[in-house]
Design a binder for this molecule. Structure first.
Ligand SMILES: *Cc1c(COP(=O)(O)O)cnc(C)c1O
Length: 364
């Protein structure tokens, strides 16, 4: 079996995979109603929210589109805080649907500066919403969302948050931080295959929804809410992935959320220490380094593609490359969901052997 260490899809425990072999049931029948209600209630516990939470069928990006089209109108001014390729994607989706984007592009590897966000909101009183990535998977950086949300709420703006690779693994309390829409996807830290995206919707987001004019059909929150009142989804859901979520959430509560967050903190720390022990450097500002994904800077001589091939073929360790403009400049170790410190030790041992083969010469 491969040691799959990319930031999603992530490995799934056997119980979760087993749940997916269950025969299909009627998605409008009473058994599914019970399962969907149960999964939704459990999700609310992880999101730490009393807000509505919807289980939508689609990938994380679909959830980002849902957040945008359900709360905004064409022409709305939106501050799009981007610290990497997923932040860029969020901005691009909003732009596609006609939002007037005010970009705040932070140097990749760095976290967003809450004071800069405050200045931007002070400068332009017409900004309606702020888009922000909680955990930027492309650079391995976790934003200080607690402080950012405090700033955004000083100005009473709508806060739409991509926590696709954060929620479930890093604490992200939706109510305490007043996140209006928070998004996460099943294939990241939830230990479940791809196919579902979860979104929470605050009362403020519902107010915005009531007047939001961007076109929407599949992702319409009004439909999602109407159907969830009967324990259903508007369209056919990924039934097997819902079965998997039900089991995975039970595993999560058995471990305990606080223990899960602590395990990710330990694993993240082990990954960073391991990488540095090999003479490599972290791409992310270490103060904001993510506990779910570690981005490693490739030195001049290191051939990232070659390194990943050697790791995959000779060590059965699968790591991710970089994305966008830093594709060949970094590689990434995913450590979210079903992961232990032992898994990271295996990755570091494999790297130790593979690095010199890929041209890496340790600096003196
Ligand atoms: C994975 C990821 C996405 C995109 O999710 P898809 O399921 O690939 O559409 C968006 N944002 C972040 C931060 C991610 O990690």
């Amino acid at each position: 079996m491969e040691n799959l260490r990319i930031p999603g899809p992530t490995p799934c425990p056997p119980e979760v995979l087993q749940a997916m072999t269950k025969q299909m049931i009627d998605h409008r029948g009473s058994e599914f109603v019970k399962i969907l209600n149960r999964v939704t209630d459990k999700l609310k516990q992880v999101f730490m929210t009393k807000n509505d939470v919807f289980v939508l069928t689609g990938s994380g990006t679909g959830g980002m589109e849902a957040a945008v089209v359900n709360t905004l109108s064409p022409g709305d001014k939106v501050l799009a805080v981007s610290i990497g390729s997923f932040g860029d994607r969020f901005a691009s989706i909003a732009k596609t649907f006609g939002a007037d984007i005010i970009p705040m592009n932070v140097e990749w590897g760095k976290a967003a500066d809450p004071d800069a966000i405050r200045r931007a909101l002070q400068t332009d009183g017409k900004i309606k919403a702020v888009l922000v990535t909680h955990n930027e998977t492309s650079t391995g950086v976790t934003n200080d969302l607690a402080t950012i949300s405090r700033v955004v709420k000083e100005f009473e703006k709508l806060l739409l948050v991509d926590t696709i690779s954060g929620m479930s693994s890093i604490k992200c309390p939706v109510d305490e931080w007043h996140l209006d829409v928070a998004i996460s996807g099943s294939q990241k830290g939830w230990m479940v295959p791809p196919g579902l995206v979860f979104v929470s919707v605050s009362p403020e987001a519902w107010k915005a929804h009531a007047i939001a004019k961007m076109p929407r059909a599949y992702w319409d929150f009004t439909q999602a809410k109407r159907y969830l009142e009967r324990g259903q989804t508007p369209w056919t859901p990924a039934v097997s992935v819902v079965f998997a979520m039900d089991v995975a959430l039970d595993l999560m509560f058995k471990e305990g959320l606080a223990n899960i967050f602590a395990r990710h903190a330990r694993v993240g720390k082990a990954a960073r220490a391991g990488v540095k022990s090999l003479g490599l450097s972290l791409f992310a500002d270490e103060k904001y380094a993510s506990d779910t994904v570690t981005a490693v800077t490739a030195s001049e001589r290191l051939d990232v593609r070659g390194l990943r091939r050697i790791l995959r073929e000779e060590h059965k360790v699968v790591l991710a490359g970089g994305q966008g403009k830093i594709e060949e400049k970094i590689f990434r170790i995913g450590h979210l969901g079903w992961v232990t410190e032992g898994d990271i030790a295996t990755v570091i041992s494999a790297l130790k052997v593979a690095l010199p083969q890929a041209g890496f010469v340790r600096a003196k």
